[in-house]
Design a protein around this ligand. Structure first.
Ligand code: PLP
Length: 371
């Protein structure tokens, strides 16, 4: 490696989606059940309407609005629907995906030896990956092997011993890859955490779970809620995420981001999706019903254990873990992409056809290898 590069970079892996890595080895038609996106594009009439809107609303020679003014207003209105106190635009930061916001949060809190972060594994890998890329130490608490609830006593011990101190705790509601919601004991713990720890509650799957800690945000100045347009709002291609927190945290994030971090088309798309949210979110019950159906199907397989989920994905483990990788590869060869993670497999809920193909391919593998 070139001598001017930071030596830690040697051990970091570049992020590339499973699709990029496997291009060429996959069948022509692929079911993407590995990244928890919404399985359907925007409805055709909305896509057409948006294309028209985009055509007339944008001048390509001008920079996009760097204050995200209209989008922040629209998000504040949407967020206020699920909050006890109204949310204002000054409580919203918008990022190029919530990934950008996670990185800004790390820059704002723990960079330069000032602090470390705490996560509870298994969980979303991006918190740890981004922290490591910035030289920020990552403490990893464990979750209960059966319920995936955080081992709070060990997490507390890590907080007590951490040097540099823990500045951010990343919690997911519901957790990925495991799909479980926060327990009342976990929420009680979050309420008690000291004011010098920022508590990030990632609600990327809020529209599926219906669970949010937003109503309590006003009581906890050290809490921040993270959401995204990449999942239920079907805008993964446009990369829009947002944070809701007290204005002083938002102001810090605004100082750290790149000036024109969000292209105009992305800002317009997010505003457009919010305008049409009734229509877009009306499809969610079908996804949840399909999830419950697949859960019941997986429960009939003696070779695996599946966990209940309040999100748009399911997590299961094979009793014989030596079959996890071969099963993923077999599914992939037939065109179903799933995510091997945390000694198990996470499968997103797709369309009816995608789910049926997954189930049929899984059953085929199990019957060939286990009967
Ligand atoms: C998908 C996802 C996000 C969203 O990331 P974007 O950068 O907004 O696409 C954030 N957190 C978790 C846990 C996710 O699964």
């Amino acid at each position: 490696m070139a001598t001017f590069l930071r030596p830690e970079l040697e051990t970091l892996q570049a992020y590339c989606s499973s699709l990029d890595a496997k291009r060429g080895t996959l069948p022509a038609q692929v079911d993407h059940l590995d990244t928890n996106e919404f399985p359907l594009d925007l409805p055709a009439h909305l896509k057409t309407q948006f294309a028209q809107h985009y055509l007339y609303a944008t001048a390509s020679n001008r920079y996009p609005d760097s204050s995200h003014w209209h989008l922040k207003q629209a998000i504040a209105t949407y967020a206020s629907e699920h909050s006890s106190a109204p949310i204002g635009p000054h409580q919203i930061a918008v990022g190029n995906g919530s990934d950008e916001l996670i990185r800004s949060l790390l820059l704002a809190t723990a960079l330069g030896g000032y602090g470390s972060i705490l996560v509870a594994e298994p969980t979303f890998s991006m918190y740890g990956i981004l922290a490591q890329s910035l030289g920020i130490p990552v403490h990893r608490a464990q979750r209960h092997p059966e319920t995936f609830a955080v081992e709070i006593a060990t997490a507390q011990a890590l907080i007590r011993q951490a040097d540099p101190p823990v500045r951010v705790l990343f919690m997911l509601q519901p957790n990925s890859p495991t799909g479980n919601a926060l327990t009342s004991a976990e929420v009680a713990w979050l309420r008690e955490l000291p004011a010098d720890i920022l508590v990030v509650i990632d609600e990327a799957y809020f529209e599926f779970s219906g669970k949010t800690l937003l109503p309590e945000l006003a009581d906890h100045p050290n809490w921040l809620i993270l959401r995204t347009f990449s999942k239920a709002f079907r805008l993964a291609a446009y990369r829009v995420g947002y944070a809701i927190a007290q204005p002083s945290i938002i102001a810090a994030l605004e100082k750290l981001r790149l000036p024109y971090n969000l292209p105009r088309v992305s800002q317009l798309a997010a505003c457009f999706a919010l305008e049409h949210r009734q229509e877009l979110l009306a499809d969610i019950p079908r996804i949840l019903a399909a999830r419950d159906h697949l859960y019941a199907q997986l429960q009939t397989c003696p070779q695996l254990r599946v966990w209940p989920s309040v999100a748009n994905f399911l997590f299961f483990r094979l009793h014989d873990p030596s079959h996890t990788q071969p099963l993923c590869q077999a599914l992939e060869r037939q065109g179903t992409l799933v995510r091997a993670i945390a000694d198990g497999i996470r499968v997103s809920i797709g369309t009816q056809e995608e789910n049926a193909r997954f189930w049929q391919r899984l059953q085929h593998y199990l019957s060939v290898h286990f009967d």
